[in-house]
Design a protein around this ligand. Structure first.
Ligand SMILES: Cc1cc2nc3c(=O)[nH]c(=O)nc-3n(C[C@H](O)[C@H](O)[C@H](O)COP(=O)(O)O)c2cc1C
Length: 174
């Protein structure tokens, strides 16, 4: 039966959430990736997404500087590196190297693609808006890459663990 529960518990009970990495570059051109669950598609045509990034994150600084990011869906095999991106800061760590990721240049934007991801969306920020303790970065998707053979990607259970699912292995209910 429904009852009032704390915010933290609601976030856990309502999970899993698709877990993505937003890759940016800093002023020195060094790429950094942040783990995010607070993102969604917001427009079909043109394709657009929004990400919510805490103001104290290094990625926030990078986004304000470069105005571009690549939204990557890390695959199941990349779970250790992907978790590092959600738990350490690029201010003092090279998370992409430490996390065992390989990158390659994107088609349009400066931040690179992550090899081995299931999908990578190249994004250009169009607007930003404050929302409580995060800022929303609304961005247009300007190039789309995917590996249809590689489908299992990561979902977060609350904020303490990751699991992996693919769209064609969950039984449709409707
Ligand atoms: C499962 C999970 C989801 C997260 N989702 C977000 C998010 O949507 N927005 C955000 O700002 N931080 C989120 N974080 C926290 C950042 O990934 C984390 O603070 C990271 O260390 C920031 O890295 P940076 O300082 O290199 O930008 C999440 C962390 C985890 C583990």
């Amino acid at each position: 039966m429904l009852r009032e529960i704390p915010w933290e518990e609601a976030i856990l009970v309502a999970s899993p959430y698709p877990y993505v990495l937003a890759v940016t570059v800093d002023k020195a051109g060094k790429p950094n990736a942040i783990g995010l669950c607070w993102w969604t598609y917001v427009s079909w045509s043109p394709p657009m997404v929004v990400i919510a990034v805490g103001r104290e994150r290094y990625s926030h600084e990078c986004l304000m500087y470069c105005g571009e990011f690549v939204l990557c869906f890390p695959s199941e095999e990349q779970h250790k590196g992907a978790w590092l991106c959600g738990t350490a800061s690029g201010r003092d760590r090279d998370k992409l190297t430490e996390g065992g990721f390989s990158t390659r240049p994107a088609k349009v934007v400066r931040p690179p693609l992550i090899e081995g991801a299931t999908v990578c969306l190249e994004c250009v920020v169009k607007e930003s808006h404050p929302a409580g303790d995060h800022d929303l970065f609304i961005a247009e998707v300007v190039a789309i890459h995917g590996d249809p053979e590689k489908k299992r990607h990561l979902y977060s259970i609350g904020y303490h663990a990751l699991t992996a699912l693919s769209h064609d292995e969950v039984p449709p209910l409707a």
